[in-house]
Design a protein around this ligand. Structure first.
Ligand SMILES: [Zn+2]
Length: 293
C-alpha cells in the first residue's frame, strides 16, 4: 500500500529558536519505488535530517518556495555534505527562476555530482514521475514565491466482485492490468469495467504568502502545510504573511491543515495547540514531528 511519510524539519521563521529551525519539510513517497523529496532547505536543515534520523543522501529533488534566506541557505551545507559523502547521483533543484539564480549561488562550489536547476515560477505541473506529479502555483509575498503540490497519481484497483462475476483468471487479470483490456469469449473487457478509482493523495506546501482565494482550489482534498506566521490578526507586523484566521479559511477544502512558519514570539506549543483545539482537522506543526498519510 502506497504511503507518504512527512517530517517537519523546520517550522520557524527568519530567526530560529531552540524549538523551531528554519523552513524545511521532508517527504518520502513509498510506492512501487521510494522517493525522497525536500521542500525548502533553511539553514541547518542537514542537522535536522540527522536529528530526524533520515538519510539526507536519499534526497533527489528539492523544491524551494522562494529565495529568502530562511528557505534556502541550508542548501550550501547540505550539498557540500552530500559531496563529502561521495554522492555521484544527480540532484534536481526547483525554485522561482532557479535556472538563473541556482548556478550563481553555487559558482564557488565544485560538487562531485550534477546539480540541475529548474524554474518553478509558473502555474501547472513542473515535475512528473511514474507515480506522482508536482504542481505549482504562484503565491503573493515580497518576492516571487510559489506553493507546491505533491500529487500521487490516481490508481485503478481491480474490483474482486466484478472479476468473480466475469470469471477472470489470475493471468487474465494480469493481462487486463498491463494492456488495459483483454478479449474473453469474443468480448472485450476493459480495465475500467472491472476496476475502481483510488484518488491519489495530495500534499500542499504553502509558506510565505498572504491569504489567497485561489489556494482554496489548489489545496482541495489535500493535507495542507500552510504558513501561520501570526496567530492573532492584532499581532501582524509584516503584512505579506498569513495569520491563523486566514489559514482557517482553507478548513473546508483541505482534509487536514498543519500550521508552520510560526513566529518566534510564540514560545509555547501547548498554548498554540489550545488556539486550534476547536478545529479538529487543524494542527500546529513542530520540529521533527512525523506524519503518515
Ligand atoms: Zn520565511
Amino acid at each position: 500500500m502506497a504511503g507518504i511519510d512527512l517530517t517537519f524539519l523546520g517550522t520557524g521563521t527568519s530567526i530560529p529558536t531552540l524549538e523551531r529551525n528554519h523552513s524545511a519539510v521532508h517527504l518520502f513517497y513509498i510506492g512501487k519505488k521510494t522517493y525522497s523529496l525536500l521542500f525548502d532547505c533553511g539553514e541547518g536543515t542537514q542537522i535536522q535530517f540527522l536529528k530526524a534520523k533520515i538519510n539526507f543522501m536519499s534526497v533527489d529533488q528539492i523544491f524551494i518556495t522562494h529565495w529568502h534566506a530562511d528557505h534556502f541557505v541550508g542548501l550550501f551545507g547540505l550539498l557540500v555534505s552530500m559531496g563529502f559523502e561521495k554522492r555521484k547521483r544527480e540532484i534536481k533543484i526547483f525554485g522561482p527562476k532557479a535556472d538563473k539564480i541556482g548556478p550563481e549561488l553555487l559558482k564557488f562550489y565544485a560538487l562531485p555530482f550534477p546539480v540541475k536547476f529548474f524554474d518553478s515560477y509558473k502555474k501547472g505541473i513542473i515535475y512528473e514521475e511514474d507515480e506522482f506529479l508536482v504542481e505549482t502555483i504562484p503565491v503573493k509575498h515580497t518576492v516571487e514565491t510559489v506553493a507546491y503540490k505533491f500529487q500521487e497519481k490516481n490508481r485503478l484497483k481491480l474490483d474482486k466482485n466484478k472479476i468473480k462475476k466475469l470469471d477472470l483468471t489470475w493471468q487474465e487479470c494480469r493481462g487486463i492490468k498491463e494492456k488495459r483490456k483483454i478479449k474473453k469469449d469474443r468480448k472485450t473487457i476493459k480495465l475500467k469495467d472491472v476496476s475502481y478509482k483510488i484518488e491519489g493523495k495530495k500534499v500542499v506546501y504553502a509558506v510565505d504568502t498572504i491569504y489567497l482565494k485561489k489556494m482554496e482550489n489548489f489545496c482541495k482534498d489535500s493535507v495542507l502545510i500552510h504558513e501561520c506566521t501570526y496567530f492573532d490578526r492584532k499581532d501582524v507586523r509584516y503584512k505579506m504573511h498569513s495569520c491563523l484566521p486566514d489559514v482557517l479559511k482553507f478548513r473546508k477544502k483541505a482534509k487536514r491543515i498543519y500550521l508552520t512558519h510560526i513566529g518566534r514570539q510564540y514560545q509555547s506549543q501547548s498554548e498554540l495547540e489550545k488556539k486550534v483545539e476547536g478545529y479538529k482537522n487543524v494542527f500546529v506543526a513542530k520540529d521533527l514531528k512525523k506524519v503518515k498519510i
